[in-house]
Every structure is written in structure tokens, then in C-alpha cells.
Design a protein around this ligand. Structure first.
Ligand SMILES: *Cc1c(COP(=O)(O)O)cnc(C)c1O
Length: 380
């Protein structure tokens, strides 16, 4: 584990003496801030990005979280949001205008695609490519303004060449953004590979306890300032001080949690590989060739989200498998302490016949026993 990251998650940016020595920083549950005189007020109001004026803009509890997230991503600045989608919509709607084109690399989070579909009505075009550099280069248009990447992606865990894309985009004057949720800033630092913006939901590993929804964008001052002024201030998806506090608490254990998610996931994958019913496993630790080299180079660890394909996958079989699990709960999202299982396949046969597992923090023996229940149920 990176020593600097460990310090950022725990002690960095904390000023106990500014808060009566309190070990844990207070929650500034206030909507507005007051000023000693009108001149200070007028000056501060001109730069809400830098001063505490109104909590839709800047709040001390939220700012502490933003400072830590910026440092974890090795970026200059961070803006936090009320949800991952708040961060994504603010970023897209700040950077894009009528006539612009966005290239999506890898399978993109569903609601992000739905938003872009809606933005077609405002004259913004998008389309999707797989991660190969040739394909990406061919898909660029003169009006491409942004390349938006998910790597690893969150259903098939596809990996793209971040440095290659960043170089290509820079040559063409195109901005790059990545949804870095799968890896967390502990296991992947896209800004150090040349990507302009790293976007996170805080609702997954960063919050880490399935009790908070939030989002964040990290990048250079100039871009984050623009996203603050437009997408954040005007769309108004503000992270509450209380939710920022919950994410700060989550961050303190992020390094040890990610170690445990990784160890458990690798153990589960080992087990899955020995089951005759498993046709394929999607996880960045199980790639081959160029994709494997990329994954090893870009990722310093493996998160616990994976998917698998059963041989002969039909809805009834997948449902029997998932319904017989007791430790793995059935639910969306991931990144909390608990293990989860879902399938994007629908009863009418539409959707993808995958089983997605979010491997949690339970003892791995418990998880293997549970999965054995699933296989027993389809082995009849
Ligand atoms: C959950 C998720 C989001 C959206 O985050 P919310 O906080 O739920 O709005 C975005 N991207 C990925 C990859 C996610 O898993």
C-alpha cells in the first residue's frame, strides 16, 4: 500500500487544533456563513470557489473531503457532488455544447448513456467504441470534444489504454475523462497517465458502508473551476456536510478495505475457475495478452467487482443460482462491506446473461460456502 495514500486517507489536511483538538472534524451543518463587515462579504462573494459563503458552493466538511480526494488522485482540485450522476451530469453539461461529439470508450454506466441520449435533444452527439486504439482513432470526428472512458468498466471489467488515449486526445485538442469508480484512486491514478478528469461515485468503495450517496470530479484548477461555476453551482447537486462526513469516515479504512476486497475476490475467482459450470470470468486479474499488460501497468491492485458467465446460461438457471445464495444479497450498487449478486438478464430473455458479484469483506470461507450453495442448486 502506498504510504502517501495511507496518510491522505487518515491524517492529511486535518487540523485538530482548529476544532478544540477534536480528533474527528466537526460536521459544519450550516447553509450560510457570516462576515465581520460588508467589504469582506463583497470580496468573498466574488469568489465562492475559494470562500465559505453558502453551502451550495463551499462547505468546510465537504472541502476536507475534496482536498483528500484531489490528493489521492494526484490532481490539483476536486469538486464533490450529491451523487456520482451529479458529478457526471455536471461535467458533461459544463464541457459540452451544441454541435459537440463525445466518444465513449468501453461499456459505459447505464444512466450516463441515458443522459447522453437525452443530450442529443440539445445537439450533442455520442457513440461508443471498444477499447482498441485503432478503433478509437477511427471513431474521432472534427467535432469530438471529449473522450469519456470507463476502465475497468463495471459489468465486463474492460480495460482501455489510458496513456495512449490521453496522448492521442492531447494531440487533437480533445479533453479526456474517466469514470474511475471500479479501481478507486488507490488502485488506479489516471491523471498521472495524462487523463484530464477523474470522476467517482462516492457511493461505492469510497463511502464503503452502503449508507451514503455522493460523487466527485478531480482535475486541473481551470477545468474544476469551470465545472464548479456551471455544472455544480447551477445544476445544484450539492453534497451535504453530513454525507461528506460519512465518506471521510469511509476513507479512513479504504486502504485496508481494498486489500481485503482484493484478497477475497482473488480467492473467489480461484474457486470459480474450478467449477465446471463457469464458462468465463470477467475481472482484470484474468485478462490475457495486451489487455493483461495494460491492466498490470495501470492498476496497482484489483477491486472486488467481477462477473461470470455460466455454461448454458438461461434465466431460470441464473435465478436458481442467485436465489439460493444467503450471504450474497440481491441488490444494485457495490463497494460496501457486504457481498452482492445480480444479473442484468431479464425474465423475458432480454439483457446480458451474466452474473455480477460484488465480493465484500466477509470471511472468504463464508463466501465460498455460499457460492457452493449456488452451484449445488444448478447441479440437479
Ligand atoms: C454507481 C455508479 C455511478 C453512479 O453513481 P451514483 O452515486 O449512484 O450516482 C457511476 N459510475 C459507476 C461505474 C457506478 O458504478
Amino acid at each position: 500500500m502506498n504510504v502517501r495514500d495511507s496518510e491522505i486517507c487518515t491524517h492529511a489536511f486535518e487540523d485538530h487544533q482548529a476544532h478544540h483538538g477534536a480528533m474527528i472534524p466537526p460536521i459544519y451543518q450550516t447553509s450560510l456563513f457570516t462576515f465581520p463587515d460588508l467589504e469582506t462579504f463583497s470580496h468573498s462573494q466574488l469568489k465562492e470557489r475559494e470562500h465559505f459563503v453558502y453551502s451550495r458552493g463551499l462547505n468546510p466538511t465537504v472541502k476536507l473531503l475534496e482536498d483528500k480526494l484531489a490528493a489521492l488522485e494526484r490532481g490539483e482540485h476536486c469538486k464533490a457532488f450529491a451523487s456520482g450522476m451529479g458529478a457526471i451530469s455536471a461535467t458533461l453539461m459544463t464541457l459540452l455544447g451544441q454541435g459537440d461529439h463525445v466518444l465513449l470508450v468501453n461499456q459505459t454506466y447505464g444512466p450516463t448513456v441515458e443522459l447522453l441520449e437525452h443530450l442529443r435533444g440539445f445537439g450533442i452527439e455520442y457513440h461508443t467504441t471498444a477499447g482498441g486504439m485503432d478503433e478509437i482513432e477511427r471513431a474521432l470526428r472534427p467535432e469530438t470534444r471529449l473522450i469519456y472512458i470507463e476502465s475497468p468498466s463495471s459489468m465486463l471489467m474492460q480495460v482501455a489504454d489510458l496513456r495512449g488515449i490521453a496522448e492521442l486526445a492531447r494531440e487533437r485538442g480533445i479533453l479526456t475523462a474517466i469514470d474511475n469508480t471500479w479501481a478507486t484512486p488507490l488502485f488506479q491514478k489516471p491523471l498521472t497517465l495524462g487523463i484530464d478528469l477523474a470522476i467517482h461515485t462516492l457511493s461505492k468503495y469510497l463511502g464503503g458502508h452502503s449508507d451514503v450517496v455522493g460523487g466527485a470530479v478531480v482535475g486541473p484548477h481551470a477545468l474544476i473551476d469551470r465545472i464548479f461555476e456551471r455544472g455544480h453551482q447551477l445544476l445544484g447537486a450539492t453534497l451535504s456536510p453530513h454525507n461528506a462526513f460519512l465518506v471521510l469516515r469511509g476513507l479512513r479504512t479504504l486502504p485496508i478495505r481494498m486489500q481485503q476486497h482484493q484478497a477475497n475476490a482473488l480467492r473467489v475467482i480461484d474457486y470459480l475457475e474450478r467449477q465446471p459450470e463457469v464458462a468465463r470470468i470477467h475481472h482484470p486479474s484474468r485478462l490475457s495478452g495486451d489487455a493483461q499488460r495494460l491492466a498490470r501497468h495501470q492498476l496497482s491492485g484489483y477491486a472486488g467487482l467481477l462477473s461470470l458467465e455460466l455454461a448454458a446460461p438461461d434465466y431460470a438457471r441464473i435465478a436458481r443460482f442467485i436465489d439460493s445464495l444467503r450471504i450474497f444479497k440481491i441488490g444494485v450498487s457495490w463497494g460496501g462491506y457486504e457481498s452482492l449478486a445480480i444479473s442484468p438478464l431479464r425474465p423475458d430473455g432480454s439483457g446480458v446473461p451474466l452474473i455480477r458479484l460484488a465480493v465484500g469483506l466477509e470471511d472468504s470461507e463464508l463466501l465460498l460456502e455460499d457460492l457452493q450453495r449456488g452451484f449445488n442448486a444448478i447441479r440437479t
